[in-house]
Design a protein around this ligand. Structure first.
Ligand SMILES: [Zn+2]
Ligand SMILES: [Zn+2]
Length: 150
């Protein structure tokens, strides 16, 4: 459901700041992160639709005492919009009950330089998001030749 005014003009690609490798397909920036939509049970619909991205000023989770779990300010895309990023070498980073809960730090790395650039959340009870680390990732304008959506 796109409405005029929801997105900034132009299409971006999120790239590794260290080596410039593209990490996502071309995506268009939303003005703000959409509200998370709970499904039946503990599950959530994907926060951001394919083809879009948004900044989440908050960390993905907070502990019962309000301490952050994960970085604030992440660039959030639909998990399918990530290009093929290898898993982090530490298998605990990819832990979860049936998917990846993202509670143990970034779980996928840059294919160019190995920087731990993003956290995929796709467990049955978590939000469905790929969260790119703002300290390690740069936004650039998409150009012809960037991987197309789909
Ligand atoms: Zn699960
Ligand atoms: Zn890199």
């Amino acid at each position: 459901m796109r409405r005029a005014g929801d997105t900034l003009t132009g299409v971006d690609v999120l790239v590794c700041s260290a080596c410039g490798t593209a990490l996502t397909r071309p995506v268009q920036r939303l003005l703000q992160l959409p509200a998370r939509q709970p499904l039946a049970g503990p599950a959530y619909a994907a926060t951001v639709a394919p083809g879009q991205w948004a900044v989440d000023p908050e960390p993905a989770f907070r502990t019962g005492r309000g301490e952050p779990v994960g970085s604030g300010g992440c660039f959030v895309v639909h998990p399918d919009e990530l290009l093929a990023l290898p898993p982090h070498a530490d298998p605990r980073r990819s832990s979860g009950c049936c998917g990846r809960d993202g509670l143990d730090g970034p779980n996928v790395v840059c294919p160019g330089c190995g920087a731990a650039v993003a956290t995929v959340l796709d467990d049955c009870w978590t939000y469905r998001e790929a969260r790119l680390e703002p300290q390690l990732v740069t936004v650039r304008t998409a150009v012809a030749g960037d991987a197309d959506s789909g």
